[in-house]
Design a protein around this ligand. Structure first.
Ligand code: PGA
Length: 241
């Protein structure tokens, strides 16, 4: 695990964007694993600027997102489909047909999970997987538990995650209780992983991910075993390291 120390959120975002930019320049047909949340927003904004300036193109890239709420349609403003379209896909030259987000509105969500794993595997797994980390150490929606989930699966969200995500909904009662998430084995199959963290509320999770034992109680701790994992965290998120 390689640790890059960033000064603040803006610095973290620039550093992350530069790595993704280099990936896409080196391999214009990159398969990108993408994430939602507040953390990668600045990174996406930087990448949009770079693409608009003509410095890189996503036209031949494909993307696979980590997760989606169960029960929200793709046009629901809190869905991750909507997040990705409005914060990244619609602003760059990626072909919408090559972007993929798990189908939380599927009639058969279990079948949707199996199909998603099949598609990610058929794509050869992401060349670069972008991740955020939850306050409880989750990656994607792989919540702390007794085992590391393997493939894409349906998750019961923890109270901590529901509470953390409630800021984006009108009330906590509107936050979905379940999500579809890529599993740990799927995430670990990415050829390179870039995990970002900003702010003091992530300090304990970053400490446990980087310095703690590898345990499903801290899902991100498994990344210690990935051969090409880079952590970019700002000073506040590194306060306990
Ligand atoms: P955040 O979420 O980027 O909104 O903090 C990260 C996560 O929960 O994985």
């Amino acid at each position: 695990m390689e640790l890059i120390r960033a000064k603040d959120y803006a610095d973290m975002s620039r550093k992350a964007a530069n790595i993704i930019f280099a990936q896409v320049v080196l391999n214009p047909k990159s398969v990108l694993g993408l994430a939602t949340g507040d953390t990668p927003l600045g990174t996406y904004a930087q990448l949009i600027e770079k693409q608009k300036a003509g410095d890189c193109s996503f036209a031949q890239c494909s993307s696979y997102n980590l997760d989606e709420y169960v029960g929200l349609s793709a046009d629901h403003p809190q869905s991750y489909h909507y997040f990705m379209r409005t914060n990244f896909f619609d602003a760059v030259d990626i072909d919408a047909a090559n972007t993929h987000v798990p189908d939380g509105a599927a009639a058969d969500v279990e079948a949707a999970c199996t199909e998603y794993d099949r598609m990610v595997a058929a794509a050869g797994y992401p060349d670069l997987q972008l991740l955020g980390i939850g306050r409880n150490g989750h990656i994607g929606f792989n919540e702390p538990g007794d085992t590391f989930p393997r493939g894409t699966h349906v998750v019961d969200l923890t109270e901590s995650t529901i509470e953390a995500n409630s800021r984006l909904f009108d009330s906590i009662d509107e936050v979905p209780r379940q999500a579809i998430s890529m599993g740990i084995q799927t995430i670990m199959s990415a050829h390179r992983i870039l995990i970002l963290a900003s702010g003091e509320q992530k300090a304990q999770a970053v400490h446990d991910m980087v310095l703690g034992p590898i345990t499903p109680q801290v899902p991100a701790s498994i990344l210690q075993l990935h051969p090409a994992c880079t952590v970019i965290a700002d000073e506040a998120a590194l306060a306990l390291c």
